[in-house]
Design a protein around this ligand. Structure first.
Ligand SMILES: C[S@@+](CC[C@H](N)C(=O)[O-])C[C@H]1O[C@@H](n2cnc3c(N)ncnc32)[C@H](O)[C@@H]1O
Length: 160
């Protein structure tokens, strides 16, 4: 089966270069961005302003192929791509929980953005702790490097 997906908007952030940008929203605290939602989809934003945080699903548009094992930013060893958040994946879709500062017509004002400027937006969902947050979790190979996520910056290993 092949799927065709149409972007519903575009994400704007200060990041035009992959090198040096944050690798997760935890490393992008306070960094502002916007979403421009295309006209055909603006009605779907009704009531979104009641939520402080949203999930953005977007296309890693500067990734061109994929690998099934990768050395992620937070480790020096290889892992299966589905055990990582590496952008070079069979379906290069990013998922970020960001703070929603305001909704203004067709614009969303955001904080904690970790994606490149111009990333095509695929979907928006409200972040709901009762649905999305778990307290007793295991985090696999990331256990040993979780403290690094705020400081680690991206290099270009996945954009070559
Ligand atoms: C590790 S991914 C994590 C993104 C998201 N929070 C997730 O977990 O799916 C973030 C990195 O992907 C790369 N990246 C971000 N936006 C991109 C885009 N539109 N095209 C290609 N690479 C991108 C940058 O290297 C950035 O540091």
């Amino acid at each position: 089966m092949e799927l065709a997906i149409t972007p519903i908007g575009e994400i704007h952030t200060p990041f035009t270069e992959i090198k040096g940008m944050p690798i997760q929203p935890a490393g992008a605290r306070g960094i502002r961005g916007t979403v421009h939602v295309y006209e055909d989809y603006v009605q779907g934003l009704e009531d979104l302003d009641g939520f402080s945080h949203i999930l953005l699903l977007y296309y890693f548009h500067r990734v061109h192929d994929y690998r099934l094992t990768v050395t992620p930013f937070l480790d020096e060893e290889q892992h299966g791509v589905f055990a990582t958040r590496a952008p070079k994946r069979p379906n290069p879709i990013g998922l970020s929980v960001v703070r929603l500062r305001a909704v203004d017509g067709d614009r969303l004002h955001l904080e904690n953005v970790d994606m490149l400027d111009g990333s095509p937006l695929l979907d928006i969902k409200p972040y709901v702790p009762d649905f999305d947050q778990y307290t007793h979790v295991r985090t696999g190979w990331l256990e040993k490097s979780r403290d690094n996520v705020e400081h680690k910056q991206s290099d270009e290993r996945f954009s070559e």
